[in-house]
Design a protein around this ligand. Structure first.
Ligand code: CMC
Length: 393
């Protein structure tokens, strides 16, 4: 229509109302359901944060206990679904494995197609929270050629996940509390970020009344890209390259500023944050704490700090309001925990899952929801005549 305006990348266009997460990008404020992110990260657990995001209020002690129990009870994945891992190459990227397996989950839960059935949506919510970490850990184990472990539901959400990733059948796995606490905190910091690309994908797919598994599988694929969740893996590759090439941080920053093709300062810049990313500050604190507690010395952390200092003092980054984002320091922590770089974005996906669920449910419950269908400004050929005498194709 004549009213259509062009907004590439949806910089100015709101597609929905939402009561879940508030961001003030100029002031560096992020709140889940009104609670400051720093408070949530300090005082809450991942499952409590999930509850807060999905249901809107902090749970009572009884509600949280029942929720935790339910999430523990649904960790098993169907034996047939386990065989999906045999069909995929052992060096498959775990993000592709994750989205495929989540998509396949909807084949096991046909009733999840009932987007008007609150009990079914509740069950799908629990199933996703329970099974995504198990699938993720199996993708990791598969890449190592290790046997899969069955979940141990006596363990907490995070400890169960750590055991499935790092435990073996050969000996009992002892959870390191420093790793467990740090991972819990990182998952909380990733739990929601309003209408980011993957969440908007989940909402767009969901707006067609597609089920929650299919919608979230699409969200995982959107997260995979290096401009979004894939940035945490890309940051580590960048730091490693700087180290291996020996070119030095200043030289690398020059290449970024010269806009050499494919060279960006990964983990820097954000569509919304224009003064700082509050998550990045909290992650940076964690990086120092975790590496120290684990007794890990990593040159990559020193390179990251130097890179940050050089960039923050440089006119190119200052004038464009580019600051470290949540992905800048996470990779160094995940690496110290023992995760390979290919698992980093998978960890982001587990963290973001409550946000995706909360948004899918908010969208599904909102009577104002309509199928998402962007407009375009057509730039192609005007109408033309089919060439006379052209042979039939
Ligand atoms: N390194 C160098 N230059 C950059 C960077 C960067 N990381 N980010 C933005 N710029 C420049 C860009 O070249 C442009 O300059 P100019 O005006 O001269 O053309 C200007 O800053 C504005 O950038 P933009 O690409 O228009 O900004 P955007 O809002 O469309 O993109 C972004 C945001 C996050 C995709 C981008 O900053 C980026 O590519 N960052 C690196 C990847 C990254 O770390 N992504 C993680 C985002 S945070 C969490 C998440 O979603 O996973």
């Amino acid at each position: 229509t004549g009213l259509t305006t062009l907004d590439v990348g949806f910089v100015n266009t709101a597609a929905t109302r939402s009561a879940i997460t508030y961001i003030d990008g100029d002031k560096g404020i992020l709140r889940y359901r009104g609670y400051n992110i720093a408070d949530v990260a300090e005082h809450s657990s991942f499952l409590e944060t999930a509850w807060l995001l999905i249901y809107g209020e902090l749970p009572t002690a009884e509600e949280l206990e029942a929720f935790d129990k339910r999430v523990r009870r649904h960790t098993l994945i169907h034996e047939d679904l386990r065989r999906i891992f045999d069909a995929l190459p052992h060096d498959a990227h775990p993000m592709s494995v994750l989205s495929s397996a989540v998509s396949a989950l909807s084949t096991y839960y046909e009733k999840s197609r009932g987007v008007n059935d609150p009990d079914e949506i509740e069950l799908s919510t629990i199933r996703l929270l329970s099974k995504l970490p198990v699938i993720a850990a199996y993708a990791h184990k598969k890449s190592l050629g290790h046997a899969f472990l069955y979940p141990d539901n006596s363990l907490s959400f995070v400890d169960n996940f750590l055991r499935l990733n790092f435990g073996t059948m050969a000996e009992p796995y002892v959870v390191n509390p420093v790793v467990s606490k740090a991972l819990e905190r990182l998952l909380i910091l990733h739990a929601d970020h309003e209408q980011n690309a993957s969440t908007s994908t989940v909402r767009l797919v969901g707006s067609t009344e597609s089920n929650i598994f299919s919608s979230i599988s699409a969200g995982i694929n959107a997260l995979y890209g290096p401009l979004h969740g894939g940035a945490n893996e890309a940051v580590l590759e960048m730091l490693q390259e700087i180290k291996d090439s020996g070119e030095g941080v200043e030289k690398f920053v020059e290449r970024v500023k010269n806009k050499e093709p494919g060279v960006r300062l990964m983990g820097f810049g954000h569509r919304v944050y224009k003064s700082f990313d509050p998550r990045a500050q909290l992650v940076k604190e964690s990086a120092d704490e975790v590496l120290e507690a684990l007794g890990v010395q990593d040159d990559l952390l020193d390179i990251a700090k130097e890179l940050e200092a050089v960039a923050l003092a440089d006119e190119y980054f200052i004038s464009r309001k580019l600051y470290p984002n949540v992905d800048f320091y996470t990779g160094v922590i995940y690496k110290a925990m023992g995760f390979p770089p290919r698992m980093f974005t998978v960890l982001f996906a587990i963290g973001r899952l409550p946000g995706w669920i909360a948004h899918w449910r908010e969208m599904n419950d909102d009577p104002a929801t309509r199928i998402g269908r962007p407009q375009q400004l057509y730039t192609g050929s005007p109408a033309r005549e089919w060439p006379e005498g052209r042979p039939e194709g």
